[in-house]
Design a protein. Structure first.
Length: 302
């Protein structure tokens, strides 16, 4: 009876990092620089791949889509965070929270699937080179990328449906700087079973993809170690080093973010979340440009 008479929250308050105005200005400038580097770096990578014929291969096709996802995921969170640094009242409307959570979950799961696709691409290139161009045809690459976005869309719709089943009649304060489903479940005053089932299913899918990536790299490393020449080993490893670095950063920060209880968020945890949501999208283009001979050569030609 009490639940039927409660007033549903129409907005949420985002706690952010601190109320200290000096620290907020410092964070604003830091995050703004990171966001600009993210946009310029990822859009630059997409433009470079499109403009350079030597980069028209499956690996760089997937990389261009990864850069697109990074631009979009950063844009979903960072501009609102920047506005909140300069605002006295850090408020987001219920509809805005739903939209942010939907797009964030869509892009996050799409990236999880795409990183697994890129691991499979590297597995074929190193372990099955004779089959590589046969399997990784343009049609297959398009289908794999489309599948990544469809998996992400399914996750976004599922998480949003779960959010719509939640009631927020108590506190409307989110102890974070954006709307994520985990703290929203903690705030809910209604039955959270459906949301937890959907969230658990998404987590299991992400874990299965990470295991797929791990198995792929175990096979890759085994193949590289069986190569007799040092030059052959170096060349084979160099084709995988950038992706392995990206995967390590992505899954490492994601595990730290989602394996902690959402009700126990410290300032240190928020910095880890910022690393995952804000800094990681900026790092990917630099990782691929600094560690990749083909990208550096394409840059030199341009």
């Amino acid at each position: 009876m009490a639940e039927s008479n409660c007033t549903q929250a129409t907005e949420f308050i985002l706690m952010g990092f601190t109320e200290d105005p000096v620290i907020q200005v410092t964070l604003f400038l830091m995050v703004l620089l990171i966001y600009l580097a993210t946009i310029l770096g990822n859009l630059g990578m997409i433009a470079l791949i499109r403009a350079s014929p030597q980069l028209h291969s499956p690996m760089y096709y997937f990389l261009a889509n990864l850069a697109f996802i990074d631009v979009c995921s950063s844009t979903v969170i960072t501009p609102k965070m920047l506005a909140d640094f300069m605002s006295e009242k850090k408020v987001i409307a219920y509809a805005g929270c739903v939209a942010q959570e939907f797009i964030y979950d869509l892009l996050g799961m799409a990236e999880v699937f795409l990183l697994a696709v890129m691991a499979y691409d590297r597995y074929l290139a190193v372990c099955r080179p004779l089959l590589y161009h046969l399997v990784m045809s343009p049609k297959c690459c398009f289908q794999l990328v489309t599948g990544s976005y469809l998996v992400g869309l399914t996750n976004g719709i599922g998480q949003t449906i779960g959010m719509f089943t939640l009631s927020f009649c108590g506190s409307n304060v989110i102890d974070l700087f954006f709307c994520d489903i985990s703290p929203l479940i903690s705030l809910s005053t209604s039955d959270t079973t459906l949301s937890l089932i959907i969230l658990t299913s998404a987590a299991l899918f992400a874990v299965s993809n990470s295991l797929f990536v791990l198995v792929s790299y175990m096979a890759i490393i085994s193949t590289i170690l069986s190569i007799h020449s040092a030059e052959g080993k170096r060349k084979a490893f160099s084709t995988c080093a950038s992706h392995l670095t990206t995967v390590s950063i992505f899954y490492g920060t994601a595990c730290f973010m989602y394996l902690k209880p959402s009700s126990d968020i410290s300032r240190g945890d928020k910095w880890a979340v910022m690393l995952y949501t804000v800094l990681t999208p900026m790092l990917n283009p630099f990782i691929y440009s600094l560690r990749n001979k083909e990208v550096k050569e394409a840059l030199r030609r341009l």
